[in-house]
Design a protein around this ligand. Structure first.
Ligand code: SF4
Length: 440
């Protein structure tokens, strides 16, 4: 019997990358690989990269530099770069870092077995094309055994919006939606394996427009059909653009109980001038009206967002508009970053805001967002919420799960609760987690 080869994948960035890493491991499983947690024992190391963070490409080059020792110790070790930095840098990675054997963009993971064979024969393998075929299907189509009661399911990839700060339209290509029947099959299979909650993923997921049996389905229709699957109790989706929040999707938040009361809806800035410069194609007022409509459909929804401070041209007055929008919305969670230029995007070429100004604005924004998050956490005390238990807690006799509103909740209970949903009365709140007791 041949010993399986070992694959170590280091994953950076978003849930889409976490999902893709699993798919890469599956694809390379066909070439005799099993995954390992220790890079020292690996026959192949893949860095699944993300382009969102500052100086992302440089960080990948530094990480590759750190792998030199492992490659010297094991000349048969193959090293690959995947993900958005691979897509953006392409052949430049092979030129700058000779220890890299393969570079694969997010649209080409199904070609990994063939690329690995080329790398084993001593060739350098590069694939950063945007092929027409459905990579989701080529990756075997069958979902991997889930490691718990929650799973991610990619329904859409790519984006046509071209926000002036974002590399996604360049690295992930145009919007592509998977056919609805395949998503439903995959969801049923996940449910058979114990999944109770699915998060539908896409870079611009609410632009989903997949082929259905009776015409094109939008995200709302897809959610309603998924909600009919027996045993699939919770649905979420991320990440969305405000301009794609169509009426039927807003309505689904009100009348589809499986769609959880949590929505990540990035706005990035509260200044119309900056929103225009970002090419977001909506105003702050339009966003606020949209939030009103979503809250009218689902009053207890917990909102989350993304903000960029110090976008080129942002003045103090623009920043004050952002603070005003945050006060008007009242978020339960948020992600906020200082603007950093992404090579190849329009905003990278513009006059940049001073770093100290950006840091100061970020600190002020985060103080406000943290205060809102703490308030949202405290507001849960005394309420009884549904919790899906996912794993044992840090303390013995504790289990941890997520509330309907995606807040972490720990409860004194046995591990027989794992994988089950139960009503929990919230008794205490910390900034990032809640404590509760079973209310069954
Ligand atoms: S909508 Fe999102 S993914 Fe698309 S370009 Fe804008 S920020 Fe990037």
């Amino acid at each position: 019997m041949t010993t399986p080869k070992k694959l170590f994948i280091k994953t950076y960035g978003c849930q889409m990358n976490v999902y893709d890493s699993e798919r890469m491991a599956e694809a390379l499983g066909a070439s005799g690989y099993v995954t390992t947690d220790t890079p020292e024992t690996a026959d192949m190391i893949l860095l699944n990269t993300c382009h969102i963070r500052e100086k992302a490409a440089e960080k990948v080059y530094s990480e590759l530099g750190r792998l030199k020792g492992l490659k010297s110790a094991n000349p048969d070790l193959k090293i690959g770069v995947a993900g958005c930095v691979a897509q953006a840098e392409g052949a430049e990675i092979l030129r700058r870092q000779p220890l890299v054997d393969l570079v694969v963009g997010p649209q080409s993971y199904h070609r990994l077995p063939e690329m690995e064979a080329r790398a084993r024969s001593g060739e350098k393998a590069l694939d950063t094309d945007f092929p027409e075929e459905d990579k989701f299907d080529r990756l075997g189509g069958r979902p991997k055994a889930s490691r718990g009661p929650t799973a991610f399911l990619t329904v859409q990839e790519g984006c046509d919006k071209f926000c002036a700060f974002c590399v996604v339209p360049y690295t992930r290509g145009a919007e592509v939606s998977r056919p609805a029947a395949r998503i439903l099959d995959e969801a049923r299979e996940l449910v058979d394996r114990g999944v109770r909650e699915l998060t539908l993923l896409g870079q611009n997921v609410n632009a989903y427009h997949g082929a259905g049996p009776d015409g094109t389905w939008g995200l709302a229709r897809l959610i309603r059909e998924l909600a009919k699957i027996d045993g699939l109790d919770r649905l979420r989706y991320t990440t969305s653009h405000p301009n794609d929040m169509e009426d039927d999707l807003i309505a689904a938040h009100g009348d589809c109980p499986e769609l959880m009361p949590y929505l990540h809806l990035p706005v990035q800035s509260g200044s119309d001038r900056i929103l225009k410069a970002m090419n977001r194609k909506h105003t702050a007022e339009q966003y606020l009206r949209l939030i009103e409509r979503i809250r009218a459909a689902r009053p207890d929804i917990l909102l989350s967002g993304d903000f960029i401070v110090g976008f080129p041209g942002e003045t103090d007055a623009d920043f004050e508009d952002t603070l005003a929008l945050v006060r008007a919305v009242g978020y339960g969670q948020c992600y906020s970053f200082k603007y950093s230029p992404r090579p190849g995007t329009p905003a990278a070429e513009r006059d940049q805001v001073d770093e100290d100004v950006k840091s100061d604005r970020l600190a002020r924004l985060q103080a406000l967002l943290n205060a809102q998050q703490e308030e949202a956490q405290r507001a849960m005390v005394g309420r009884t919420v549904g919790v899906l238990f996912e794993k044992p807690g840090r303390m013995p006799g504790q289990v941890v799960g997520k509330s309907d509103h995606l807040q972490a909740v720990h409860v004194e209970a046995g591990t027989d609760w794992l994988g089950r949903i139960a009503p929990v009365e919230i008794i205490a709140a910390a900034p990032n987690s809640l404590a509760g007791r079973l209310a069954t």
